[in-house]
Ligand binder design. Sequence first.
Ligand code: ADP
Length: 488
Amino acid sequence: MATTAVHGYRQYIGGEWTDAAEGGTFDVKDPFTGETVATAPAGGADDAARAIDAAQAAFQAWAATPPAVRQGIFLKAADVLESRSHEIVAALARETGATFGFGMFQMHFVPGLFRQAAALPYQPIGTVIPSDTGAFSMGVRKPVGVVAAIAPWNAALILSARSIAAPLALGNTVVLKPSELSPWAGGLLWGEIFAEAGLPEGVLNIVTHAPGAAGPIGEAFTSHPAVRRINFTGSTATGRRLAEAAGKNLKRVVLELGGYNPLIVLADAEVEYAVNAAAFGAFLHQGQICMSARKVLVERPIADEFTRRLADKAKTLKAGDPKEHDTIIGPLINADAVAMVKGRVDEAVAKGAKVLAGGDAVGNCYQATVVTDVPADSELATHETFGPVLAVEVVDSADEAVARANATSYGLAAGIITSDVDGGLALAQQVEAGIVHVNDQPVGDEPQMPFGGVKDSGWGRFGGQAAIDEFTELRWVTVQSGSHPFPF
Ligand code: ADP
């Protein structure tokens, strides 16, 4: 029996709440109970085209809207969002299995993101560049037009909000496609919030789709001439396909993809701090964060103590209903995810890995798991595994730690724990990652930071100045004050 009302959501296109063009809907499930908590429109190519057209129609007026008005909308959106925080944290648990702690973290982040975005309309938009011709020469940043945003389900609130905030604040119009697993908390919610905040019709549009049916919407984004930028947060495999299709049509893409994030623990680290950092980095949101720590590279002198205490700590983390505030390990997003994590751990164990904590699922919750001796050819060692599984490897030097940290196709985030800050900073220069934290674990973000990866973890950066570069076009404009001596 359902314990919550089943909402019937609609898409948000051109300022109107609408059903899918073909009329279908799909069920949104609670990952912990398996109950249907909502239905959402099963949109497709026609819905995407309508949304892009609405965004294109709204672009000129929005780009010309005074900065004070754009700023006011973002400040109001932050306030409206905060006024709904209890409802939203509950929805994050219901749609995405986020624990209370992770829900609150997201609820704290996004109002800050919007308040920082509120300053973007007043950022300087250009430079004056000395010219040898006597012309008054400028580099001027202009909004690009329609930005398509594709967001994932895992940190649904943050990752969907950042996919629209800077693009909108900078004067672009947006079509957002949330994940089919979080159509409201990672998408349609923004239609409600920004409509209340006074965003004009058509400036933000949101299309939803049934599981497995993202393709036609992605195809509309990559092929419609009005779409001038695409931002994508999700898996490397999907990002690669999207970038190939966008490349064919010469569209720029910002890609924030997967990671296989190392945490290096040097022999001079304080063990208790390192254990707490490793557990937080690996197990927050059940390890379903692109920045989650996937392996710890610990120096031999402290390896035994560190590993034993980490395993002991992992065993104490309460797994279960994310709606109970003391739960640390909520459910994985669905049964397929549980089967995938279980399959990878079981395969590693069959090849010789040892499980020191966890190693099994209870319902859709996979226990906080610590493994050692993971064979280099196992899937756990080679693939990002979106679950609470942390591999420990013992190393004999900092150089070996860096070499092993870099032995992956990914390069998103890394952490280095040491009591020698100078040495940690020097080591940070050698790690191949877009983000490196000394004396912290890999999971962390602030709206103003240049967030993104290298190698198979993506291209481009969200956040701060980087977002201005990504979501505006730089135009060279000159004014000749005298007459130009043309040679013919
Ligand atoms: P994850 O495994 O984290 O869900 P995905 O890359 O599958 O990662 O999903 C991230 C986002 O990409 C989701 O919004 C999903 O619907 C979307 N997506 C999946 N396939 C495609 C596609 N072919 N075109 C566009 N978006 C897609």
